[in-house]
Design a protein. Structure first.
Length: 153
């Protein structure tokens, strides 16, 4: 199986486990298909057959103690609450289901993320068919003439 076929197959297995849950959305992230629960990362699939799971900071140590799990690192920093699970550890559907359900319990405790509003559509430029009336020049006023002031004494 090619790397892309591996990821597609893995994503389909995860999709079957989540089975139409209306809280789930899918998004391409981290070089693979990622499943979000109420806008939060739940599980991501990679081309090498691994999965990325959000297990929550409170369950991080328990997660990395399980066989096949390692902490996610980004730029040399451990990302507490996220773990990678090796392909061998999720080869069996029951094992994959167990990991996904475990992550689901952790992520479901978080409040839903607010949907970000989409940016407003740009206005289309005015077309040549619409013509403006020509501007009129303001009428120049004549300078006021001074009346000779007469002084009375």
């Amino acid at each position: 199986m090619s790397a892309n076929e591996t990821m597609i197959y893995l994503a389909e297995r995860v999709r079957n486990i989540l089975d139409g849950d209306p809280r789930i959305t899918e998004k391409n992230m981290f070089g693979g298909m990622t499943f979000l629960l109420n806008g939060h990362i739940l599980v991501g699939t990679k081309m090498d057959g691994r999965i990325l799971l959000s297990v929550g900071k409170e369950f991080h140590e328990q997660a990395i103690a399980r066989p096949g799990a390692v902490a996610m690192e980004h730029n040399g920093r451990t990302m507490s609450g996220f773990v990678w699970v090796d392909a061998d550890a999720i080869e069996d559907d029951d094992d994959l289901r167990d990991w996904v359900r475990w992550a689901e319990r952790a992520v479901a405790q978080r409040p839903p993320k607010d949907a970000k509003p989409k940016p407003a559509a740009k206005k289309a430029p005015a077309t040549a068919a619409v013509k403006k009336a020509p501007a009129t020049k303001p009428v120049a006023k004549k300078p006021a003439t001074k009346k000779a002031a007469t002084r009375s004494r």
